[in-house]
Design a protein around this ligand. Structure first.
Ligand SMILES: Nc1ncnc2c1ncn2[C@@H]1O[C@H](COP(=O)(O)OP(=O)(O)OP(=O)(O)O)[C@@H](O)[C@H]1O
Length: 238
């Protein structure tokens, strides 16, 4: 037994032109913030997709609380508390903040999550398209946290975030990432892919680095710092 909420072992994924993930072993402990780094095309998105059920592995196991979820549908995994915010996820620009939340769940479910986002609470009746880029991503995050009628799980147990900060200025990202960090204090385990490695690493408990489909480093931010070659790998093309 391990204290891992998420345990991946022997994971290989072929997206049609050979393996893009090769024999990956990675564990995420309950309540931790884990960041996944690596150059473009390394397989970061694919790894998150294999956990949430968007892609089917060629081989390997993905265990959530000890249960292998590989054979489960996306909804089945969501019911176990796996929530995936995919890359490029956006808001409904013509709907208000409140309406954007109501699309996923009734208003009585909104209260708890809005406590995390005072910016959104103040602008419930504003059209989402008028929010700043950072506020729009907070709304995306808020929707993911609320969950839906089909999953009925608030909060999620494991939140997978794929480049939430895409297109945002560093100053905005530096406001968004502490919000992500604060989720772990509420018992949510987070595995996230982040392009702003220099901002994300200091906030993380654990750093994983993928390179061309293979996991080449797992350790603490301090251990990453002690490894200049790996640091270069992790930050490559960033
Ligand atoms: N839908 C798809 N069909 C076929 N191949 C894909 C698909 N999505 C990704 N790939 C390939 O899988 C490999 C890994 O891509 P992936 O998007 O997982 O990497 P990444 O590390 O997230 O990259 P980035 O940082 O650019 O988002 C790449 O070679 C990519 O071309």
């Amino acid at each position: 037994m391990t204290d891992h909420l998420l345990d991946i072992a022997g994971l290989s994924v072929d997206r049609g032109a050979g393996d893009v993930l090769r024999d990956v072993r990675l564990g995420v402990r309950e309540g931790e913030l884990a960041v996944l780094l690596g150059p473009n095309g390394a397989g970061k998105t694919t790894l998150l997709e294999a956990v949430s059920g968007l892609v089917r592995p060629r081989t390997g196991v993905v265990r959530m609380s000890g249960k292998n979820v590989v054979g489960l549908s996306r909804t089945g995994r969501a019911r176990l508390g796996i929530r995936h915010v995919e890359q490029g996820r956006t808001v409904f620009a013509d709907l208000t903040v409140r309406e954007n939340l109501a699309v996923v769940a009734p208003a009585r479910w909104h209260t708890e999550v809005l406590e995390l986002f005072p910016e959104l609470e103040k602008r419930l009746h504003t059209r989402a398209g008028l929010l700043s880029g950072g506020e729009q991503q907070m709304l995306v995050l808020a929707r993911a946290l609320i969950g839906s009628e089909s999953t009925r799980a608030m909060p999620p147990r494991l939140l997978l975030l794929d480049e939430l900060s895409l297109g945002l200025a560093p100053v905005v990202v530096s406001r968004l990432l502490p919000v992500v960090r604060s989720l772990t204090a509420r018992g949510i385990t987070v595995l996230f892919v982040e392009q702003f490695a220099t901002l994300a690493v200091p906030l993380a408990d654990t750093v994983h680095v993928l390179d061309r489909g293979s996991l080449v480093f797992s350790g603490t931010p301090a251990e990453l710092d002690e490894n200049p070659g790996m640091l270069h790998e992790a930050y490559l093309a960033r």
